[in-house]
Design a protein around this ligand. Structure first.
Ligand code: ACO
Length: 326
């Protein structure tokens, strides 16, 4: 069976930065409240007239350059996002900008689990031998969908993009994974469509409208994450035939430093093994794992053959873990 190795990483964030003190001028909050509860100090925001496509393409180009392959050699592009420029699909625009003429491209929507779900999806195409060179991108412009007058949510989110290149190999670096969904808890985290009835003719009506800003029950999401993420990492480790002591790095969706610390504690992992950049970017949903991965790889923190426990969790509710050898 053909295996999967990770050969390139890249990331891109908008230049504009909003820190906690500036947020304090917009809503009743404080730097102290935000840092104590979340660890977030600043977030990057995409300026108007800029696109997710451009940001994601920049991240992808860096990953492709590190991998040392030509865009024309990509077979598949998966874009994990919940905030596309085009609801019909955004990956095709990135394919065009990259000049990845041979690649089939599609979007994958799984909120903050999107990168882990995308990684596992990509690996299935590769293990069957169908594809050799895959680009996986996580990119979000959450600032489009945040209610900037709601202090319970607006302090949490940011914009960004991260990408990885996966290539076929004899050795398989995806050692184990486990994915879950529980739609009965969907109401705790929503970016939902709200319709208004439109009368077309006679009694024929359709529902039209727009998406409503992100709505979240923070305490329920916190409880869910702290309970389910350690469990799913343990299951993925079991499938990989590894013990927790063999994990070099815990690289979770960067939602909140308190969640990162609580999960590490439940797993008996020392804090030094947590990869975190949530202070600088906030929660960038599907982008957060590849963004943190790229930074850790480029500063030499992650070394060849290190074992990384990746875990995503969020809306759906959805959650999953993948054990990957770098
Ligand atoms: N500044 C100041 N006060 C605030 C703020 C703020 N930004 N936000 C809420 N408060 C107030 C509330 O109004 C409340 O005041 P009240 O008691 O007078 O009503 C008080 O602080 C406590 O509110 P809680 O919601 O109980 O605060 P909590 O301690 O639970 O912290 C937080 C909130 C940080 C959101 C926490 O619940 C959490 O981390 N949840 C997980 C959220 C998360 O990570 N979501 C994303 C994951 S999934 C994904 O990535 C999409």
């Amino acid at each position: 069976r053909q295996g999967v190795v990770l050969t390139g990483t890249g990331s891109a964030v908008p230049d504009t930065c909003l820190d906690n003190h500036q947020l304090n001028q917009m809503v009743v909050t404080s730097d102290d409240w935000i840092t104590t509860r979340t660890g977030i100090r600043r977030r990057h925001l995409l300026a108007p007239k800029n696109s997710l496509t451009a940001m994601a393409t920049e991240a992808a180009q860096k990953a492709i350059a590190m991998a040392g392959i030509a865009p024309q050699n990509l077979d598949l592009i998966i874009l994990a996002t919940s905030t596309p420029d085009d609801l019909f699909g955004n990956a095709s625009q990135i394919q065009a900008r990259l000049g990845a003429t041979q690649a089939v491209a599609f979007d994958l929507t799984a909120a903050c689990s999107g990168f882990v779900f995308g990684l596992v999806t990509a690996a299935q195409f590769m293990r069957t031998g169908a594809y050799q060179n895959v680009l996986l991108i996580g990119a979000e412009v959450l600032s489009r969908w945040v209610d900037w007058s709601d202090r319970r949510t607006c302090v949490l989110f940011g914009d960004g993009a991260g990408a990885v290149v996966l290539q076929a190999s004899e050795y398989d670096c995806l050692l184990g994974f486990q994915l879950h969904t529980d739609g009965t808890q969907n109401q705790y985290l929503k970016l939902g469509f709200q319709e208004q009835e439109k009368l077309l003719i006679d009694s024929i009506r359709v529902g039209q409208g727009t998406y409503q800003p992100i709505a979240m029950n923070g305490q329920e999401v916190y409880r869910f994450a702290v309970q389910k993420v350690p469990e799913v990492i343990e299951k993925a480790l079991y499938r990989a035939g590894l013990d927790i002591e063999q994990v070099d790095w815990l690289l979770m969706h960067q939602a909140n430093q308190r969640i990162l610390n609580a999960v590490a504690e439940r797993l008996n992992l020392p804090e030094e093994k947590i990869i975190s950049n949530v202070a600088n970017y906030g929660n960038t949903s599907a982008a957060s794992i590849p963004l943190a991965l790229d930074e850790a790889v480029r500063r030499g923190q992650i070394k060849p053959h290190d074992i990384i426990a990746l875990a995503g969790f969020g809306a759906g509710l959805s959650w999953g873990a993948a054990i990957f050898e770098w």
